[in-house]
Design a protein around this ligand. Structure first.
Ligand SMILES: Cc1cc2nc3c(=O)[nH]c(=O)nc-3n(C[C@H](O)[C@H](O)[C@H](O)COP(=O)(O)OP(=O)(O)OC[C@H]3O[C@@H](n4cnc5c(N)ncnc54)[C@H](O)[C@@H]3O)c2cc1C
Length: 396
């Protein structure tokens, strides 16, 4: 017996649930959708942060906003006021619950838990066939949001590896109005390593150690540095760990589309973190996934075809990749680069840049706020690499 759907979504994480949520509000016009998700249940496995640049339903879900952000280095520090577009936090459990509630109101959408899709879907008679254990499902279109490959050296220009604990300290040690985006650890100049601190209250905070490096790093690699950072922030007062989270995000990866072009067809779309959602210069993907979900849902409703993440503008991707090349080639300059960026450039421009909404004048202001020499030095190898990449892609 085969179950037939209009659309199968492989993976019900951020991208899969966001797309289903956008479709769910269309009542009976919503196609018949099946989400195949390997988890048995959803837990608070991550904390999404982003800038409040657009008024969306997400505003109601966010749990904390910071009007000030801080960058700290051995050479100096800066606190930037961002109160017009605060940095805000959405715990994954809140998002999952809201998404599942919205999806649950539409009978056309089914979430199949504990469904591990291990075999490649097969295309036959204009339908994709997906096998999970003894069950078989089919649909004319698939949106695949599963991670296709484990992070590995060479898979991205840089990997952003992080590990953190949400802690409760027995003293008031955190400045509640300031999120510390980067507090650089400059003990090893070959490594871009910093601490990220999100204070929920004077006694509670999420403290993470983050490394940008060509090689992905595990929680074990980062554990000792994390413990030292927590001791420093809690001023050695006792604390307890409430929960932990970790991640490895690609910064400038080859998207899944280009890895697997032959398999992808008009109605088999890759989406999510490794398929174009992660912003190369930051690894952040949450807001980009929300934008894609809206566009993809519209396309499914109007044209019956899902769409992939849109490519970034030429200026944005050029700047992002040049930025990554400089960081990769000269990691010891990272503290100075970020400090100058956040100290010299108007915060509204930085937030627009980080949220994919930069105007030409923002790009120019950002370029002029950065130290010129490291970027000029990277320009010739960067141009050569890009020309070769474009030629190779055209041939492919
Ligand atoms: C700890 C953490 C913190 C982050 N913080 C931020 C942040 O602050 N801001 C930001 O913008 N981005 C952040 N990100 C990056 C990005 O927003 C998230 O990774 C986001 O969850 C990506 O969405 P996704 O749907 O691509 O992947 P996921 O949310 O991981 O969803 C993929 C889903 O596929 C399922 N799956 C995988 N394989 C199979 C299979 N074989 N069969 C069935 N199901 C399968 C998984 O169980 C999962 O539910 C963070 C990432 C992590 C890990």
């Amino acid at each position: 017996m085969q179950d037939k759907y209009d659309l199968i979504i492989l993976g019900g994480g951020c991208a899969g649930l966001s797309l289903a949520m956008k479709l769910s509000v269309h009542g009976k016009s919503c196609p018949k959708v099946l989400i195949l998700e390997r988890r048995e249940n959803y837990v608070n496995d991550r904390t999404w942060c982003f800038w409040e640049t657009q008024s969306t339903y997400l505003k109601e879900l966010t749990q904390k906003r910071w009007p000030d952000i801080e960058i700290k280095t051995a050479q100096g520090s800066t606190i930037v006021n961002v109160k017009q577009t605060p940095y805000q936090m959405l715990p994954a459990e809140v998002f999952y619950q809201a998404a599942l509630e919205a999806i649950g109101k539409n009978n056309n959408i089914t979430v199949q838990y504990h469904a591990v899709v291990q075999t490649l879907p097969v295309y036959s008679k204009e339908l994709w066939q997906v096998v999970v254990g003894s069950e078989q499902y089919s649909a004319p279109s698939i949106v695949d949001t599963r991670t296709q490959k484990a992070p590995q050296t060479g898979g991205a220009v840089l990997w952003q590896s992080f590990y953190g604990h949400e802690i409760a300290c027995d003293r008031e040690v955190f400045a509640v109005q300031t999120a510390t985006l980067m507090d650089f650890d400059q003990t090893d100049p070959s490594l871009i390593c910093f601490c990220y601190v999100l204070p929920m209250s004077a006694t509670k905070a999420l403290i993470e150690i983050t490394v940008f490096a060509p090689t992905p790093m595990s929680a074990d690699d980062l554990g000792a540095k994390l413990n030292m950072a927590i001791d420093r922030y809690t001023q050695h007062h006792p604390y307890k760990i409430i929960r932990s989270e970790q991640g490895i995000l690609p910064m400038g990866n080859h998207t899944q589309r280009s890895i697997d072009t032959c398999k992808a067809s008009q109605n088999y779309i890759y989406a999510g973190l490794f398929a174009g959602a992660a912003r190369p210069s930051t690894g952040f993907a949450f807001q980009r996934i929300q934008r894609w979900a809206e566009q993809c849902a519209t396309s499914i409703l109007e044209k019956k075809l899902p769409i992939a993440h849109q490519a970034d503008s030429a200026v944005q991707s050029a700047l992002d990749y040049l930025f990554l090349q400089v960081l990769r080639a000269q990691p010891k300059l990272a503290p100075e680069i970020f400090l100058r960026l956040f100290s010299n450039c108007d915060s509204k421009r930085i937030v627009r840049f980080l949220s994919d909404q930069a105007k030409l004048s923002d790009y120019l202001a950002i370029i002029f706020s950065l130290p010129a020499w490291p970027f000029l030095k990277q320009l010739p190898p960067y141009l050569i690499k890009n020309v070769c990449r474009n030629v190779a892609q055209k041939k492919y």
